[in-house]
Design a binder for this molecule. Structure first.
Ligand code: SIN
Length: 485
């Protein structure tokens, strides 16, 4: 049996790719655990849609400025120019975004956007609403609890993947493979990601020589409540600051004015570094304050944040919440072209956070990622339909695809925790050259241990992040190198 498409991942990019593939194609969509164990499900703030034709150049400019011009300008143009049609297509098919009192789409603002151009759904549950919608629309088979542990890849052709499903090895052949497996959250101690997101596929790419790009560009979200004991920490959406929430120290001093003219609405990397620097310098705890909000407005605009924080003991908007930056999003990933085809590959595509289209450069503009997932998954599918690439199974049938991998070993847990702490401390918001070198050596030593396949892949991904960080000598955007005093 050979599929027309194998899609790895059920976040926004994977599901939208599935939605775009004609119903008569044989498609297999797989996910590691359940379909909603993905970052899309947890996305709060919203999704960008250029407001009108005049807004496109401005959206492009804002994206490039936030990305410190490390972006691929053509990819940014593709994103912005397709934003209205991509979002309108979802709306026409039944996705509901929040409206204002006049019944028009309610556009909000987030940091580093020069105008209100962000749509949201159920207040602060945009990702969840988009995800549920795409899941309902998916016309193809989704198989849960299927872990991809290898890609079948030779001379630029991907002929499928090796999975472990129900504890058994399974080889899946496909004419086209679309990777949509998300970023790397679980390699950091504090993160906002789904716990299934651990950079496994990026590790497979390292093994196969499939190019990764901008891997050092890790985005830390400034406002996260990290004092819970769950692996995934509680995000406090940037939309809160877009609507007037303030960052302050223990004494109520709003110190962001000392760091950037745009204060709370400065680019995300700037705000994260300011919090990091200020709390280190002063020893003060940092808070997000909602004193500008009325209770009625807050509950209506942010119903899920209100409810989630109430469950852990905060009465919003009256109480402020202690915050810290936490890992949020990986700007780098598998290097792809403007059709999301993987560099040097004939039939392998990568979409969403796992891919590096070049859209985000050195720092992603808020709410561009859900849009990127929608726009580039569509372009990927259109390209596969145009190229109609077919593998010849006879070329591969006798390959040795029966390797057996042990997923996990008893030593893994301690090393995983060691890695998370190492990445948080040495490859985090502010980096030092020697600490990066130390981290690289530490990861190399972990790789010599007797470990399971998944940890091995995670370590390869970590190694590639650190190597890129060492190779990038200058500070830019999210990659901030502190020079020795
Ligand atoms: C947020 O709601 O702050 C996250 C939005 C994003 O990551 O773009």
């Amino acid at each position: 049996m050979i599929y027309d498409y194998l899609i790895i991942g059920t976040g926004i990019a994977g599901l939208n790719a599935a939605r775009m593939i004609p119903k008569d194609k044989k498609v297999l969509v797989v996910c590691k655990k359940t379909p909603w164990e993905c970052n899309t499900f947890w996305a709060q703030g919203g999704v960008v849609r250029a407001k009108n034709d005049e807004d496109i150049p401005l959206h492009i400019k804002d994206t490039l400025t936030a990305g410190v011009f490390l972006n691929d300008t053509k990819a940014v143009e593709t994103l912005s120019k397709n934003s209205m049609s991509a979002i309108d297509d979802l709306i026409e098919n039944g996705l509901v975004f929040d409206k204002n009192a006049k019944g028009e789409l309610a556009f909000t603002k987030e940091a580093a956007h020069s105008t209100n151009r962000i749509l949201h759904a159920d207040g602060d549950a945009t990702g969840r609403e988009m995800h549920m919608f795409l899941l309902q629309q998916c016309p193809h088979e989704i198989v849960i609890e299927s872990i991809v542990i290898d890609l079948l890849y030779e001379d630029g052709i991907c002929y499928g993947a090796h999975l472990i499903a129900d504890g058994k090895d399974k080889i899946v052949y496909a004419h086209n493979t679309i990777i949509a497996s998300g970023g790397v959250g679980s390699i950091y101690r504090y993160h906002t990601n789904s716990t299934t997101i651990a950079g496994d596929i990026q590790g497979i790419c390292v093994e196969k020589g499939i190019p990764l790009k901008d891997m050092e560009m890790m985005q830390f979200h400034p406002t996260v409540f990290v004092e819970n004991d769950k692996a995934r920490k509680q995000l406090l959406s940037e939309a809160l600051r877009g609507e007037g929430a303030l960052i302050e120290d223990e004494d109520g001093y709003q110190f962001l004015k000392d760091y950037h003219a745009d204060k709370e609405l400065a680019p995300r990397d700037v705000v994260s570094r300011a919090i990091f620097d200020y709390s280190k310098k002063t020893g003060s705890k940092i808070y997000l304050s909602f004193k500008n909000f009325s209770k009625d407005f807050f509950k209506k605009r942010f119903p899920n944040i209100y409810k989630n924080l109430k469950e852990i003991g905060f009465e919003l908007p009256f109480e402020r919440v202690p915050i810290s930056p936490a890992f949020h999003y990986s700007m780098g990933g598998i290097e792809v072209d403007l059709n999301s085809k993987v560099k040097n590959s004939k039939n392998l595509y990568a979409v969403g956070e796992v891919a590096c289209t070049g859209v985000h450069g050195a720092n992603r503009l808020a709410s561009n990622s859900l849009l990127e997932g929608i726009v580039f998954s569509k372009l990927a599918v259109e390209n596969t339909l145009k190229e109609n690439f077919e593998i010849n199974l006879d070329d591969y049938k006798n390959q040795n695809n029966e390797k057996h991998f042990i997923l996990q070993k008893s030593t893994d847990k301690a090393i995983k925790n060691g890695l998370r702490n190492l990445m948080w401390t040495n490859v985090g918001i502010v980096r030092e050259r020697q600490e990066l070198i130390d981290a690289y050596e530490e990861v190399e030593s972990y790789l010599l241990e007797d470990i399971g396949r998944l940890l091995f892949l995670r370590l390869l991904t970590a190694k590639s992040i650190i190597k890129s960080a060492i190779n990038r000598k200058q500070s830019i955007g999210a990659h901030f190198i502190k020079e020795k005093q």
